[in-house]
Design a protein. Structure first.
Length: 133
């Protein structure tokens, strides 16, 4: 059964991108890839179910894009991909609005499992609609 949600993958076009998007699609999710922060910001208020954001982009840092997305009230879960395994960096991204942080190299199955977990958390605990008008 296909999973009906979309992932925006933001990376500078390194080999990780191709493997990651293929894995995401193989897991039944839609995957759209962009290679700059400006392209993401120009999309306007598209509603992605999850954003996977690499920390190294050609036009801005991943932290800059994360902050801009959160300032625009983008509520989609954001998963950070980075080669930086320092605790200080992980904590910084999480404190500024990231929902998860995955260090490279990573296994594609782990990436897909994290995306699914973030999506579950974002949708499973929605408040029930009130029957009172």
């Amino acid at each position: 059964m296909a999973i009906e949600y979309g992932v925006l993958f933001v990376a500078e076009g390194d080999p990780t991108e191709g493997v990651a998007c293929r894995s995401i699609r193989a897991a039944g999710m839609l995957c759209t890839s962009l290679d700059t922060g400006l392209k993401v910001l120009k999309l306007g208020h598209h509603s992605w179910d999850c954003i996977v954001l690499d920390t190294t982009l050609p036009d801005m840092t991943g932290l800059d894009l994360l902050l801009r997305l959160r300032n625009k009230r983008v509520r989609a879960p954001i998963l950070i991909l980075s080669g930086d395994a320092r605790i200080e960096t992980k904590v910084e991204y999480l404190e500024y609005g990231a929902d998860a942080y995955l260090t490279k190299p990573f296994h594609p199955d782990e990436l897909c499992a994290l995306i699914k977990a973030l999506h579950r958390r974002a949708t499973q605990y929605l408040p029930a609609q009130s029957a009172v008008a």
